[in-house]
Design a protein around this ligand. Structure first.
Ligand code: HDE
Length: 688
């Protein structure tokens, strides 16, 4: 817009007074404080005086430091960065961030688990939130997505039920951050539309290795609208530069005990080390003709459109290059709103999306306490914003003049008349299609085109490798083993059969149950072509970039070998961490060295591959140490490469390591470390 001047737009004027390092300590009202250690008392042993305004203010503020956590997605980690347009799409959208090659737009991205509270762990089996706020020069666009491209329910009216069922159970207050319990499986088994997302959540997608190694999806079908007013259906995709990688289940459990903050730390440290996480943003354009032809509705968020049918066109990249300065001010107070769109981006009638357009605005009032949450710096647009809205709790803007209504004619008297619509503003797309609002009747119904709940879960199953299928069957078996009411387990089996007889049988066998009669589908499922893009293993990124290698050493290890390994890992783009029984002054052949982590506190689960650089004597000694044996044993069980010196055999034997492609001498290690060894799996765990 012509009159838009760049500004921080964030009420930043107040911040010039914020504390800087060595400034004098003051009260919130600026009064210098003489003593921050002792309260004011009536005599040195007397009671504390009510008069102590320093104490009172400090305790008063502390008492109110918490705000309600998010009702869902409470646990999150975030970073600042930018979006760079690499392939402009003016023919699809007039959105300014997509207008020019090389154009950069500031952004803030927050990743989250869904079910757990703010203080829960990072690595439970769960969907992950993937929310990005683009501060465009025409207002904020929030793409509030997930790491799974489909959702559990089709209509927003079911969301409170879904979330109540997955959160800790109402009477007992547990389990925290887990779907393996009665109420979740009860709900989903009564809602077959949830099956597709359940399959994804039970697959390795539910246990990502790192926030940097997840795909992201806008989930709903959106519209892009070009300058001529032509609309195209699109789905948004984020593709991580490091490739998609997940844990195996017992690894993710072990990660939880090794480090509650596994993912948060990984993201923060990567950015701190200049290893900036990056994703490509792609749009999957679904032509009106394709939308017509598909055997399901593009407005149904429980369905995806395979990339093999509608390819993903990469239009730009997101780079996260700055950690938050303050977790509360930025991450906790960030308010993402799917209703934040900019000219060129519009909604569809997806009934899930439509409900979200209300919920996110509404929830901010309860979380942030004020309708003025948009003035909090992390939420404020970076372009000017002005209107006739006034006042309210925590108003920090000081609008001048009396033009707080519109229309007005104050300008005729030489006064500031305030802002006006100029014709370049956001125009809602006029949807006259059949998928649009025909406006003829008010109906509380579900469209018939939403009625096939099994074909896509079946396609998902058919698109996985044998190994990935085993993980899904094992995950469902595990979750149902935690379900105490047998009729719920049985009902799940009635639905699984419609996805795959084989899957249902494997789960039933794993539980020791008989297979019941299959459910009666509303629509008979059909066999869709498999979509290889849905498999993680088929698209494995063989790289050490962004991955971590643990190098186990002890007294007598060869220093030159250790240093050469550190260099080789770094050269391949990975991070090396030396682990030893002691952290300081380890006497190696060739000199002393310090370790980065002590063995007992640095289990191999935090690494993607391990190198064991030991001489015979220390390997023998460590083969009697359970931390060392577990270190190697877990790496083997988690299907990781293990590079080792000749001398390390005693420890490898104690850990029952059997030779395979991933067990190598130090020379072959860097190549081996880029892979996981799926063939090893039947040797190390029972799979359903
Ligand atoms: Fe959300 N969701 N959601 N959701 N959601 C929230 O908004 C809601 C849905 C998603 O990092 C809440 O500010 C409804 C789908 C993310 O701050 C709340 C429905 C998708 C985040 C809310 C859905 C999401 C949220 C809680 C069904 C993927 C975290 C706090 C109609 C496309 C954003 C908040 C952040 C957060 C409501 C379904 C993703 C209550 C009613 C589908 C990533 O407003």
């Amino acid at each position: 817009m012509a009159d838009r001047k760049p500004t921080t737009g964030n009420g930043g004027e107040l911040h010039q007074y914020a504390a800087k390092g060595t400034d004098t300590l003051t009260t919130n009202h600026g009064v210098p404080i003489s003593d921050n250690q002792n309260s004011l008392k009536a005599g040195s042993l007397g009671p504390t005086l009510l008069e102590d305004f320093v104490l009172r203010e400090k305790i008063f503020h502390f008492d109110h430091e918490r705000i309600p956590e998010r009702i869902v997605h409470a646990r999150g980690s975030a970073a600042h960065g930018y979006f760079e347009c690499t392939d402009p799409i003016p023919e699809l959208s007039k959105a300014s961030l997509f207008a020019e090659k090389g154009k950069k737009t500031e952004l803030f991205a927050r990743f989250s688990t869904v079910a757990g509270g703010a203080g829960s762990v990072d690595t439970p089996r769960d969907v992950r939130g993937f929310a990005v706020k683009f501060y465009t020069d025409e207002g904020n666009w929030d793409l509030v997505g997930n790491d799974i491209p489909v959702f559990f329910i089709q209509d927003a009216i079911k969301f409170p039920d879904l979330i109540h069922s997955v959160k800790m159970e109402a009477d007992r207050g547990y389990p925290q951050a887990a779907s393996a319990h009665d109420t979740f499986w009860d709900f989903v088994s009564l809602m077959p539309e949830s099956l597709h997302t359940v399959m994804w959540a039970m697959s390795d997608r539910g246990i990502p290795r790192s926030l940097r190694m997840m795909e992201g999806f806008g989930v709903h079908t959106f519209r892009l609208v070009n300058a001529e007013g032509k609309s195209s259906f699109v789905k948004f995709h984020w593709k991580p530069k490091l490739g998609v990688q997940s844990y195996v289940w017992d690894e993710s459990l072990a990660a939880q005990s090794a480090d509650n903050d596994m993912h948060r730390r990984d993201l923060f440290e990567a950015i701190m080390n200049g290893d900036y996480p990056e994703w490509d943003l792609g749009v999957q354009v679904i032509s009106d003709e394709l939308a017509e032809e598909l055997p399901y509705s593009v407005l149904d968020a429980t369905k995806l459109v395979p990339e093999e049918i509608a390819p993903v066109r990469i239009v730009g990249r997101m780079v996260l290059d700055r950690n938050p300065d303050n977790y509360f001010a930025e991450v906790e107070q960030a308010a993402f709103l799917p209703s934040n769109v900019v000219p060129g981006i519009d909604f569809t009638n997806d009934p899930l999306l439509q409900g979200r357009l209300f919920s996110y605005l509404d929830t901010q009032k309860s979380r942030l306490g004020t309708t003025n949450f948009h003035q909090i710096p992390i939420n404020a647009p970076r372009c000017p914003f002005h209107n006739m809205q006034r006042d309210g709790l925590m108003q920090t803007h000081v609008p001048k003049g009396r033009a707080n209504y519109e229309p007005n004619s104050l300008d005729e008297a030489g006064e500031d008349a305030g802002p006006r619509a100029t014709g370049t503003e956001y125009h809602t797309y006029e949807d006259n299609s059949e998928l649009g609002n025909d406006g003829s009747q008010k109906l509380r119904v579900r469209d018939e085109s939403f009625g096939d709940h099994y074909s896509q879960p079946r396609m998902f199953w058919n698109s996985q490798t044998d190994n990935e299928r085993a993980h899904i069957a094992t995950a469902i078996t595990f979750e149902l083993s935690k379900v105490e009411l047998p009729h719920i387990r049985e009902r799940v089996l009635t639905h699984l059969q419609l996805v795959s007889e084989e899957l249902a049988k494997r789960v039933a066998d794993g539980l020791g149950m008989k297979l019941p009669k299959a459910a009666e589908p509303f629509k008979k499922p059909v066999d869709l072509d498999p979509s290889p893009a849905l498999s993680i293993q088929k698209n494995w990124n063989a790289t050490l970039e962004g991955r971590k290698v643990g190098i186990l050493i002890a007294e007598g290890s060869d220093k030159a070998e250790v240093e050469a390994m550190i260099d080789a890992v770094k050269a391949a783009g990975g991070t090396a961490m030396v682990v030893a029984p002691q952290v300081a002054n380890i006497k190696l052949k060739g000199g002393k060295m310090d370790a980065d982590g002590q063995l007992a506190g640095t289990p191999s689960v935090i690494f993607d591959a391990i190198a064991v650089i030991l001489n015979e004597e220390s390997a023998k000694k460590l083969s009697m140490d359970s931390a060392a044996v577990t270190y190697v044993m877990q790496a083997f069980a988690h299907l990781k490469a293990i590079g080792h010196t000749n001398g390390a055999h005693a420890l490898l034997d104690a850990a029952n390591v059997e030779k395979d492609g991933g067990i190598t001498d130090l020379d072959g290690f860097i190549e081996a470390a880029k892979l996981r060894y799926w063939d090893r799996e039947p040797k190390v765990r029972t799979l359903a």
